[in-house]
Design a binder for this molecule. Structure first.
Ligand code: DP6
Length: 376
């Protein structure tokens, strides 16, 4: 059978338990990320149309603990608790995901899983919970493999495989596996980059960008009307798609160069251009749709005015939703916080904002005795 590298790169029939089927538990805490150059448009299977780059966040995390035990005669099964409550939607999604991974992790087929997961950011925050959630699950599966098969003992290999698996769960999740700044997609002139998994780009980045801040302004608590999955698929026949992918490639190059030089002005220009170009795609697809809200625009205008008057290097980016991420160097924290408190609060929901910053990436969950706690 021929291999398709996008799904079969790690296919390995050897990863099957011999003898007794084990029980145990593994937990990982994994962060969300915010894209600076966006992944918007994909090709099969879960491959990006253009490379993207993101800040991994510090405070917006998913904590997932997975208990595993021998499956009964019905085979692999998943029970999923989210915030302490059984969640059938996540259960179905995870079971399908695990089923799709049976050639990569054949041992999965012999196990039953009870998963406890929680986010430390509000549901409605519009923070990509699939990125943190899927990366946590991918890390757990790789950890399980490492524990029983003595594979993935090299950390680079471990995280590369986790990123590959996370990508299959949700594209943007592959970038959450690395702390700091993470790049996903084949990039000319950057050896080691790939469409199959993300790549950490800390070297050559000016230190100011490794402590950058992201304050997430919550503008609307409603469920978004068009999912990212549908948004990606609308790019397939989008009349501007080719130009958009070309622009993203160029933006990525210019942005990385600006980030190596500590050039805030170029960083501002590219991050805002990327956010607005992605939303422009939504506004010009067939059917067209709009995820920004009036207060998204009110805030953007305030940011433009503030930046000009106060000479402060703050820029905005948007995810696939109405909330605004304010990006700025740590040295400007007080100035930007005052700006938010004095000028932006009237535009925010009761949830206010989430104060976040660039973080170090995922961690294995342990308590003082080296044991992990299970629970919602
Ligand atoms: C708008 O990663 O959620 O956050 O691969 O279908 O799960 P799937 O899509 P997803 O896409 C979201 C993309 C984005 C921009 C980005 O993070 O690059």
């Amino acid at each position: 059978m021929t291999r398709n590298p996008s799904t079969d790169l790690y296919r390995n029939p050897e990863l099957q338990f011999r003898g007794e089927i084990p029980s145990g538990r593994i937990g990982w805490r994994s962060p969300s990320n915010i894209a600076l150059v966006k992944y918007w448009g994909k090709k099969p299977v879960q491959l990006p149309q253009n490379p993207s780059v993101s800040f991994t966040l510090k405070n917006s995390n998913t904590e997932t603990v997975l208990e595993y035990m021998p499956a009964d005669e019905r085979g692999m099964d998943v029970v999923f608790y989210f915030d302490g409550e059984r969640n059938e939607q996540f259960e179905k999604k995870t079971k399908n995901f695990f089923d799709s991974l049976k050639d990569t992790f054949p041992f999965i087929g012999r196990l039953k899983f009870v998963i406890h997961s929680k986010n430390n950011f509000p549901h409605s925050a519009g923070i990509a919970s699939s990125a943190s959630g899927m990366s946590a699950l991918a890390l757990i599966l790789c950890d399980l493999e490492r524990n029983y098969f003595n594979t993935l003992t090299d950390d680079d290999e471990f995280f590369r495989k986790a990123s590959y698996i996370a990508r299959l769960g949700s594209g943007s999740a592959c970038r959450s596996v690395y702390g700091g700044i993470s790049l996903w997609g084949d990039t000319e002139g950057l050896p080691g980059t790939s469409d199959l998994y993300a790549f950490p780009v800390q070297q050559d980045i000016h230190p100011d960008f490794l402590t950058y801040r992201d304050t997430i302004l919550l503008i609307d608590a409603g469920q978004k009307k068009v999912s990212s999955r549908v948004g990606h698929s609308l790019m397939d026949k989008h009349p501007f798609a080719k130009q958009k992918y070309k622009l993203a490639r160029k933006n990525l190059k210019v942005l990385l160069d600006a980030m190596s030089r500590g050039d805030f002005q170029t960083f501002i220009r590219i991050t805002e251009l990327e956010a607005l170009s992605m939303h422009a795609m939504m506004m010009t697809s067939n059917p067209y749709y709009l995820l920004m809200k009036p207060n998204t625009l009110n805030i953007i205008e305030r940011v433009f005015n503030f930046r000009q008057k106060q000479n402060t290097p703050v820029s905005f980016t948007l995810d696939a939703g109405p909330n605004v991420h304010l990006l700025y160097p740590a040295a400007y924290r007080n100035v930007v916080m005052n700006f938010i408190e004095n000028e932006l609060m009237p535009y925010l929901t009761a949830g206010g904002y989430i104060d976040d910053e660039v973080g170090n990436g995922p961690e294995r969950i342990k308590d003082k005795n080296g044991e992990i706690k299970v629970g919602g």
